[in-house]
Design a protein around this ligand. Structure first.
Ligand code: TRP
Ligand code: ZN
Length: 882
């Protein structure tokens, strides 16, 4: 017998709540094993609710101690309480006050949802449905209440007591060794934004003055001893606050903004009103333990959570189907912030790489779903790349379609019209329709349809009529459970480039609407004809990746090389190099699979020479242009009957050829950008390090006599984590001399920093080569180095093995799949969210060759046959196997 699939929740079944809860007064008496939560709820029946309609509150593993109505004990015949439900049979038709006291055990809460402990600190996570693990409630985002929270705790164990909003009162509870704090949040909010923290924490204070002159106190709370690691996070916060005022006109709205870093956290961070709680890896940084990538992530996540204050908190979601309303928009906002803080083209390329490597495979596999799903079994499984990243792409397209001004006016209208609401995608789009006077009916399909559209392009030049025609068609490949798709509105930014490399202004008259440099595809097939072109231009299509689509375009190698050298659009210059590489990698993979001799193309290798020599692009961009598509990218492009070993060999072959041909230039590139002086995390310095390490990545396999030695020397000489980790990765992944020694040296140096040790685990888990599996097993059973109860450790060792080591995860003896299947079952018992996330690493199993996919299927069936699978994992396994 297997556990049952939870019932489906459907968008079309949405009903407004029968009761409102306007005010919540919580008293939380903290104790590790027996915390008492007293909730006083001010409840009103909604106007169109029939008198006598029962009030059904959500619960999850709760024990009821007492229930009172308007100050009197509630007779046991009037209600029924279970761990997951409180039903009040015939509530009064007028306003009433329901007081419910429950008991919970934070210490034994291993799901890290609700109230739990992380290194002794009490903390909460309520999104999406964690509040019901604290007290009985209408735990849905369209029930907005004003919260007052009184926390009581031991003064010695919990000197710091925090909750949402502003601090109202503090004091001692006489003769008990306990004290209390009362926090009041004047902004009505859904329960998922509730938060409470109590513990022995160090406070890093600062302040910010808003545009209108209001002083806001800022604090970051961390474990004692980590105070010196908060500077970058604090700086990022202040820049985020300023930027949101300047770019979106949004000011902060409380007297205090608190951030707490905890080490046990299921996701990145959480935007609780006035009290953001973070995974410590997105707060703590210094040059010794954090890479440039970590600094960039911290800046982006701090900004993301802060921006939620308006897009998510002031305006929230009506129901969880609308999740992209806050997440897509907030990701778009944090991407814009990073673009303004750093380099816009570099940010765009980085984001598109992430989209293609995470969201495209999701959209092409069994877990595909629309940006706004219509059905779910477990909402935790919908915090996906599709909702977040594709959701942000849809907002970006919206901006392209309605224009810069229309977008700003539409958003202003949204903030104005919906402040204080729990609303929908329809209401959001209506603001842009009203402000920009456009019809977004067809555009809204982006929220409804899953699958990545494939846009096919054919061009033809006719010298006689001096015309250049571009025929375009769009189609969405079949998606499980989705009937045929309708043509979407696809904004394609483009340019026609003349022989001199400059964009040509060409006239077109025909079926496709062109606004500025954007064609708006809106039909299954269309043709654009440009006139007045005596010689054929080179078409640069999908500039800036203006839509989340795949392009199928027969591009000649010489055109790609021309674009790589001349396109005015930096994104498409990068894309041209990628396309050249991808074509070459596909060819080489094919040769290897057919056991033919695989020889690399001189032309492709030479493109790298031109990129290396190019004086007109900055170091960060150059580094990106010199990065080959990943093994996962190549697998995705191949799409079926995938052999990860062949892909790995092909990629290594091309990398070595590039390295061998350009070794002198690589050394020169390294010298040109070699850092002098102290480490600084700014974008330019980070770009230089990125290029130097990219060059070293090639040089290491160039066959030069001094290659391995150079990497080892740079490892020992490194004065920052970025360089040290880059060298360590090369030493271990390319099996260079001193690899083991380097691992030992790194361990000795960073033993005390678990975040630094996560990188150490990750380097080993992602090393290609058959010995890795045993190593991962050994590390997994080493209690000093690994801890299943901590999600960061699980992600560093197991998630990175499953998603970042294609040849070893998909080993032909099945041992890689078995390791992950076994781990999923083990983790699922404690923490379903972490387990189900790990399980999604199987999502592309059907694309593997038949031997490997059979092995994957039997690992999946083994998981599926487990009797006590969580709802989270059951949902993923059912869909993965369907
Ligand atoms: N809303 C959070 C964000 O995007 C992420 C989040 C959702 C989350 N569910 C969570 C974080 C559960 C921790 C645990 O920023
Ligand atoms: Zn978010």
């Amino acid at each position: 017998m297997r556990s049952e699939t939870a019932p489906a929740i459907r968008l079309e079944d949405y009903q407004p709540p029968a009761y409102r809860i306007d005010k919540v007064h919580l008293t939380v008496q903290l104790d590790p094993l027996e915390t008492i939560v007293k909730a006083v709820l001010s409840i009103v029946m909604q106007p169109d609710t029939a008198v006598g309609t029962p009030l059904v509150l959500d619960g999850d593993e709760l024990t009821l101690i007492s229930a009172r109505l308007d100050g009197e004990d509630l007779s046991v015949s009037r209600y029924e309480a279970a761990p997951d439900r409180f039903e009040f049979f015939e509530p009064p038709s007028g306003p009433f006050e329901l007081s419910l006291t429950t008991r919970i055990n934070p210490q034994s809460n291993t799901k890290l949802m609700g109230l739990y402990r992380s290194s002794g600190t009490f903390c909460t996570q309520c999104e999406a449905e964690g509040f019901r693990r604290i007290t009985y409630f209408l735990d849905r985002p369209d029930v907005l209440a004003v919260y007052t929270t009184r926390i009581e705790a031991s003064k010695a164990d919990c000197p710091v007591l925090l909750a949402n909003g502003n601090l109202a009162e503090t004091g001692d509870i006489e003769k008990t060794g306990r004290h209390f704090a009362v926090w009041h949040d004047p902004h009505p909010k859904p329960a998922y934004l509730f938060a409470l923290v109590a513990g022995h924490l160090a406070q890093v204070p600062d302040s910010f003055t808003t545009a209108s002159g209001k002083a806001v106190q800022l604090n970051i709370y961390v474990e004692h001893g980590n105070e010196h690691l908060c500077d970058w996070a604090m700086d990022s916060l202040k820049r985020s606050m300023r930027w949101d005022e300047e770019v979106f006109g949004r000011e902060y709205d409380l007297d205090v903004f608190n951030i707490v870093a905890v080490s046990d956290f299921n996701m990145g961070a959480m935007e609780n009103k006035g009290l953001n709680i973070f995974n410590d890896k997105y707060v703590l940084a210094d040059p010794e333990t954090a890479t440039d990538q970590d600094y960039a992530n911290i800046e982006a996540v701090i900004a993301h959570e802060y921006f939620h204050n308006w897009t998510g908190n002031r305006i929230t979601c009506r129901d969880w189907f609308q999740l992209c309303l806050k997440e897509g928009l907030t990701v778009f906002r944090d991407q814009e912030f990073t673009s303004d803080m750093r380099s816009r083209p570099v940010k765009r390329i980085t984001d598109v790489r992430l989209l293609k490597s995470h969201q495209f495979p999701e959209d092409a596999g069994p877990l595909a779903h629309p940006v706004r799903p219509r059905l779910y079994h477990e909402i935790n499984n919908f915090y996906t790349a599709t909702v977040y990243e594709k959701g942000a792409e849809v907002v970006r397209m919206l901006k392209t379609v309605v224009g810069e001004t229309g977008f700003r006016e539409g958003l202003d209208l949204y903030f104005d019209r919906h402040d204080g609401d729990a609303t929908t995608i329809e209401a959001f789009l209506a603001c842009f329709e009203d402000a920009a006077k456009v019809d977004l009916n067809q555009f809204s399909l982006w929220y409804e349809q899953a699958g990545t559209p494939l846009v096919s392009v054919k061009t033809r030049h006719d010298p006689k009529s001096q015309t250049f025609s571009v025929s375009l068609s769009q189609e969405v490949p079949p998606v499980p459970g989705q009937k045929s798709s309708k043509p979407a509105l696809i904004p394609l930014r483009f340019g026609l480039i003349g022989a001199d490399g400059e964009d040509i202004e060409a006239i077109s008259d025909n079926g496709v609407e062109i606004v500025g440099d954007v064609m708006l595809l809106d039909k299954a097939r269309q043709e654009v004809v440009f006139s007045g072109l005596a010689s054929p231009p080179t078409l640069s299509l999908l500039r800036g990746f203006s839509a989340p689509v795949r392009l199928s375009q027969q591009q000649r190698e010489e055109d790609l090389r021309f674009l790589a050298a001349h396109d005015n659009d930096p994104f498409n210059r990068w894309q041209a190099v990628q396309t050249l590489c991808m074509q070459e990698l596909l060819r080489l993979t094919g040769c290897i699979r057919k056991q033919e001799t695989a020889e690399t193309s001189d032309a492709v290798v030479e493109v790298f020479g031109s990129v290396l020599r190019d004086q007109n692009i900055d170091a960060a961009l150059k580094s990106l242009a010199l990065t080959l598509p990943s093994e996962a990218d190549i697998a995705q492009e191949i799409g079926k009957n995938v052999d990860p070993d062949a892909i790995h060999s092909a990629r290594l072959l091309l990398r070595k050829a590039i390295a061998f041909h350009h070794r002198t230039e690589l050394l020169k590139a390294m010298k040109d950008v070699a850092s002098t002086g102290a480490y600084s995390p700014d974008a330019t310095s980070a770009g230089n390090r990125s290029l130097a390490n990219r060059a070293l990545h090639y040089y290491a396999v160039s066959g030069a006599d001094d290659a391995a030695q150079l990497v080892w020397e740079q490892f020992t000489a490194a004065n920052n984590m970025t360089d040290r980790l880059a060298c360590l990765t090369l030493l271990v992944h390319d099996h260079l001399a001193h690899g083991d020694e380097a691992l030992k040296a790194y361990q000795a140096r960073h033993e005390k920093s678990s975040l630094a040790m996560d990188k150490w685990l990750m380097v080993q888990a992602t090393a290609p080569g058959p010995e890795t599996l045993e190593k991962v097993r050994r590390l997994k059973s080493d209690a000093q180095l690994y801890d299943v109860t901590n999600p960061n450790r699980v992600r560093a060792l197991l998630q990175s093995f499953a998603t970042g080591n294609p040849t070893q995860f998909a080993r032909t003896d099945g041992a890689g799949f078995e390791l992950i299947a076994e781990s999923v079952l083990e983790i699922d018992k404690r923490n379903p969210q972490v387990a189900s996330r790990l399980l999604t690493s199987f999502r592309s199993w059907r694309a593997l060759d038949s031997h490997r996919s059979t092995l994957a299927e039997s690992a999946l069936l083994k998981i599926s046959s487990c009797e006590e699978l969580s709802r989270d994992s059951r949902d993923i396994i059912d869909r993965t196997l369907q």
